[in-house]
Design a protein around this ligand. Structure first.
Ligand SMILES: Cc1cc2nc3c(=O)[nH]c(=O)nc-3n(C[C@H](O)[C@H](O)[C@H](O)COP(=O)(O)OP(=O)(O)OC[C@H]3O[C@@H](n4cnc5c(N)ncnc54)[C@H](O)[C@@H]3O)c2cc1C
Length: 370
């Protein structure tokens, strides 16, 4: 089926929405994109893109544009909080034949995705107020004006309004941790993703270019200590990265804070409304798969629309094809969460012996085409 004459509303100009708008436009559809933010998000922190995510960007035709703005990550190392190595792995041994791993500033990824929209424009500061269904299709009301669409994508993230208006509440669950993220100027090992594990906390560093390092910290939901107190026993570079954060002009604005949440929803499809990206299947970021799954969603959606005979069949086929993979990622994130709850001495011993093997097993299924 070709998309000529198909009128699509994409709600959300994040990674899933922008990637899908591009593929739907290429499929031939007329695409409108709305986002409730007043303007494109040009702040934010960093993002790590494992091999399958970079492959999916290639399927969309924007892989080299992203790579030009990114740092290649060749090595992943897992250390204890005092900086002793538990295990290391070359990313090529995980993703050989798929694509390299990259890290970059989120704003740069957004810029490439926005530029990739070509002549589709995003309407900012717009959010759906109602979604209604009748025999003739789906109607979405935005700013008091109802409009009929052939296809509506809910690409509006963890707290999706489309999901709420279409399927009701109750899909979001906290997984038991908060996360804080910031970017500072600091030297770290080049081309290396490094995580330091403490008791119930973790500190991740990833270089993202021009001496900039993206830092990610997580801790238990019920632990409200300051970062300094929580990370008191961590060896360098953690204290000096916190110094660099303190030296920031506006420390509070430089840090992004939030609880980690996941989304579990019984169906992604109602009539011709489809949930994609985090709105459908957000997980804990401990596999760094959220962006990759969202970009894969966009690529697979275009393929299923192309091969189906009608929209309803395409959306059902899309969900059937994508669910096993997103469920599998969620299951891996739960396993990782259970492992972090082990007493540190036991966890560290297990990781010394089996860390590289577990990491390979964690990624194996994602090497397959989406
Ligand atoms: C702490 C943390 C670290 C992470 N690190 C990584 C990582 O390193 N690698 C990785 O791959 N993934 C990572 N992720 C996950 C990744 O950020 C998400 O999976 C990804 O952003 C999902 O994209 P999305 O487009 O589905 O949702 P979002 O990026 O949330 O975009 C949703 C968009 O919808 C808009 N919107 C929301 N509500 C409305 C509304 N009512 N009307 C209109 N628009 C609306 C929002 O403004 C936003 O632009 C991380 C997540 C967290 C929480």
């Amino acid at each position: 089926m070709r998309g000529d004459g198909v009128h699509v509303l994409v709600v959300g100009a994040g990674i899933a929405g922008l990637a899908s708008a591009r593929t739907l436009h290429e499929w031939g559809a007329t695409v409108e994109v709305i986002d409730r933010q007043p303007a494109p998000p040009l702040g934010g922190t960093g993002i790590f893109l494992p091999g399958n995510s970079v492959r999916a960007l290639g399927l969309l035709g924007i892989g080299s544009e992203v790579a030009r703005r990114a740092i290649g990550i060749d090595r992943q190392q897992t250390l204890d909080h005092r900086g002793r190595t538990l295990f290391e792995i070359e990313t090529d041994s995980l993703w050989h034949g798929v694509a390299p791993c990259l890290a970059l500033h989120r704003a740069d990824l957004h810029r490439v995705l926005l530029t990739g929209l070509g002549d589709i424009s995003v309407r900012w500061a717009a959010s759906p107020e109602a979604v209604t269904f009748d025999d003739a299709g789906v109607t979405v009301t935005v700013d008091g004006t109802p409009s009929r669409y052939d296809l509506v994508l809910g690409a509006d993230g963890v707290h999706s309004t489309v999901r709420h208006l279409t399927f009701g509440p109750g899909a979001v669950q906290k997984v038991g941790q908060w996360a804080r993220r910031f970017v500072v100027k600091h030297d770290v090992e080049p081309a290396t993703w490094s995580v330091r594990l403490g008791r119930g906390s973790a500190f991740l560093t990833i270089p993202i270019g021009e001496d900039q390092v993206y830092c990610y910290v997580d801790g238990p939901l019920n632990d409200h200590r300051s970062l300094r107190d929580l990370l008191a026993g961590y060896a360098d570079p953690v204290p000096s990265l916190l110094d660099a954060l303190d030296a920031h002009n506006d420390t509070a604005a430089a840090m992004q804070t939030g609880d980690i949440e996941e989304v579990i929803v019984g169906s992604w499809v109602r009539d011709t409304v489809l949930l994609i990206g985090d709105a459908a299947h957000a997980t804990s970021p401990n596999m760094a798969q959220g962006a990759g799954l969202a970009i894969e969603d966009a690529a697979v959606l275009a393929e299923t629309l192309d091969s189906a005979t009608d929209l309803g069949a395409a959306l059902t086929m899309f969900e059937r094809r994508r669910r096993p993979r997103t469920d599998w990622v969620r299951e891996q994130t739960h396993r990782r969460d259970r492992a972090r709850e082990l007493p540190p001495a036991l966890r560290n011993a297990l990781l010394r012996w089996f860390g590289a093997r577990i990491q390979r097993a964690n990624n194996r299924q994602l090497r397959e085409q989406p």
